[in-house]
Write a protein that binds this ligand. Structure first.
Ligand SMILES: [Cu+2]
Length: 121
């Protein structure tokens, strides 16, 4: 009995999971980034360009940078060169591993977040 019940629960749960990606299509998803995910850049300054699949609200979006020494810094979003694209500038970079974390508010009112790990040589 218990096994049958569990299987039914799993099937229902899986059905719900399958329906989520269709809803998620309305959210802002990162299409491309500069620096690219897992790329290596050089120099102390890097221009950031994050491109999303939908319009985002620059005022309610945030960028933070996890630095090689573990410090987390807020990064100012400079401009929205075109709808769905955010630009920023990273300065004072040193050699090491960084993670740029983004959180954006899409025009559908949903917040999405993600990260862009990259290396500075
Ligand atoms: Cu959405």
């Amino acid at each position: 009995m218990f096994t049958t019940w569990s299987l039914a629960t799993i099937v229902v749960a899986f059905g719900i999971m399958l329906s989520i990606p269709r809803v998620a299509l309305a959210h802002a998803v990162l299409v491309s980034s500069q620096p690219a995910v897992n790329s290596t850049v050089s120099g102390t300054e890097v221009a950031v360009l994050l491109k999303y699949n939908s319009r985002v609200d620059m005022e309610h979006s945030t960028l933070t940078l996890l630095e090689p020494d573990g410090k987390v810094e807020k990064v100012a979003i400079e401009s929205e060169p075109e709808p769905g694209v955010l630009s920023a500038k990273l300065t004072g970079l040193v050699k090491g591993a960084y993670v740029l974390r983004w959180q954006v508010l899409a025009t559908d009112g949903h917040i999405t977040r993600g990260k862009v790990p990259f290396q500075v040589e």
